[in-house]
Write a protein that binds this ligand. Structure first.
Ligand SMILES: *Cc1c(COP(=O)(O)O)cnc(C)c1O
Length: 482
């Protein structure tokens, strides 16, 4: 195959486009050409439509079901964000189109969206600079810890460890290890937050960073947070904030004001795009001023004449961490979401998320154990350990919920709670929906007392029942769904 390239041109008004070669015509050698027409199956349009419509009905989705999936937040995903993100002018942008090279006149609107979004995220989190390039929460974490490593290297600091509480999201220790640090796990105390004495003991001058989720995965806000950030800074460690679920504190508390130095957010949890299904995601990273020079290239900058450009001249940058500038569609949806809700709307979203989680916690305590029974923020963790004594485990209750038309909460996480069920109702659900969920949980708790054995057969309403989940992921057989 031979690709014919066009040469990119000098832009109008003296703006220089970077040179990018783009294939404009493809010549295929005869030996690769097919000799006879492909025997494609022929089906009518209604058959195709029916096939895909029926397949889509087998999906469990937030548009048709309650989805209290702790930590992974299928929250408010307004349809208007989808509509605006699919506007022709945005959706048809291609970063390699010679006329549209980022920085050229035709991408000014897109660059302005990114620049404005970065500024809004700074304001919401109390950080000085943001990059929107990382494509997932875990990707943001890795970028953040690489920034911390670059900062220490630049200062000549000898650092070895990252401290993470035992309630941390699994991606936290994985990130620290991939970035080359040794992980020290700090146990939680009886209140479900990082044990302050154990933390102080582990905090030596060799600690590069402390990674915290606050509120943590139990939905509990750490009351000692200022003491922790102050103590870390005293030994030259930086504070990393896992802000995947910022809906717990959005508009109420700014991680920057608490003393955090680096933060990642999940736009695909908190800001108008659903998580789950594997993407697309966006995990922007915010930093304090001292870390800005290490941010990945390129950076969106505003020129003196008010136009926008991409700046690659960052000698201390950690380099490229994604192609082009990340997942623009998700950024656009976050931008629309923030403008749509405004300051008051963001605050209200957090308040109702917290109210809904506490309402469920108080009501469900009658039927499930709640090991760390504090006032929670956006989510709480219940335990099915009482029912497990009769052979009904968290996974069984989760499967039974599917038959009741409810997406199961996150189960078996965090690891510090046995038979954990992590429940996050989000701010979008009405009291009626929450009350229906409470009724279903009550019904299942009674069933577990009377007929524990029936749980083995759930779910009964789905086209497949219990799967070997590891095998299903590694050896996918989609044909069984049709
Ligand atoms: C979801 C989540 C992550 C990881 O985000 P991904 O986009 O799934 O990589 C990290 N930390 C916490 C607390 C999360 O809830």
């Amino acid at each position: 195959m031979e690709l014919i390239f066009s040469k990119s041109k000098q832009g109008k008004r003296g703006i220089k486009f970077p040179r990018v070669d783009v294939p404009v015509e493809v010549k295929i050698e005869p030996k690769y050409k097919r000799e006879k027409l492909a025997e494609l199956p022929s089906v009518s349009e209604p058959e195709v439509v029916r096939h895909f419509t029926n397949l889509s009905k087998k999906n469990f989705d937030v548009d048709s079901h309650f989805y209290p999936l702790g930590s992974c937040t299928m929250k408010y995903n307004p349809k208007i964000t989808e509509k605006l993100a699919s506007l022709e002018g945005f959706a048809s942008l291609h970063p390699l189109d010679p006329q549209l090279i980022m920085g050229g006149m035709l991408t000014q609107g897109a660059l302005e969206v990114i620049s404005n979004l970065e500024a809004l995220l700074c304001e919401i989190t109390g950080m000085d600079a943001f990059t929107t390039q990382p494509m997932a929460g875990a990707h943001g974490e890795l970028t953040g810890i690489m920034l911390i490593a670059a900062y220490h290297r630049n200062k000549g600091n000898k650092k070895k460890y990252v401290l993470i509480p035992d309630s941390g999201h699994g991606t936290n220790p994985a990130t620290a290890a991939i970035a080359g640090y040794e992980v020290k796990t700090v146990p939680s105390d009886e209140n479900g937050v990082m044990d302050l004495n154990e933390f102080k003991e582990a905090l030596t001058s060799e600690v590069a960073a402390v990674m915290l989720t606050c509120p943590n995965t139990l939905g509990i806000f750490n009351p000692h947070i200022k003491k922790i950030t102050d103590a870390a800074h005293k030994v030259g460690a930086l504070m990393y904030y896992d802000g995947a679920n910022l809906n717990a504190i959005m508009g109420k508390v700014r991680p920057g004001d608490l003393g955090f130095d680096v933060i990642h957010l999940n736009l695909h949890k908190t800001f108008g795009t659903p998580h789950g299904g594997g993407g697309p995601g966006s995990g922007p990273v915010g930093v304090r001023e001292e870390l800005e020079e290490f941010l990945p290239v390129s950076r969106v900058v505003k020129r003196k004449d008010g136009t926008f450009a991409l700046d690659y001249e960052k000698p201390l940058s950690i380099g490229y961490i994604s192609q082009f500038y990340g997942n623009f569609g998700v950024m656009l949806k976050a931008y629309v979401y923030i403008l749509l809700l405004g300051k008051e709307g963001l605050i209200k979203a957090s308040e109702i998320a917290v109210l809904n989680a506490n309402y469920l916690k108080v009501k469900l305590k009658k039927y499930l154990d709640v090991p760390f029974d504090k006032n929670c923020l956006h989510e709480f963790v219940a335990s099915v350990s009482h029912q497990a004594e009769r052979g009904v485990r968290a996974i069984d209750v989760a499967k039974a919920l599917i038959d009741k038309g409810i997406h199961p909460p996150t189960v078996y996480f965090p690891l510090i709670v046995k038979e954990a069920m992590m429940i996050e109702p989000t701010e979008t659900e009405s009291k009626e929906t929450l009350d229906e969920f409470i009724e279903v949980m009550k019904e299942l708790a009674l069933l577990a007392e009377r007929e524990p054995d029936v749980f083995r057969d759930f779910p009964k309403t789905t086209c497949v029942s219990r799967l070997d989940e590891v095998k299903a992921a590694k050896d996918m057989d989609l044909a069984c769904l049709s």
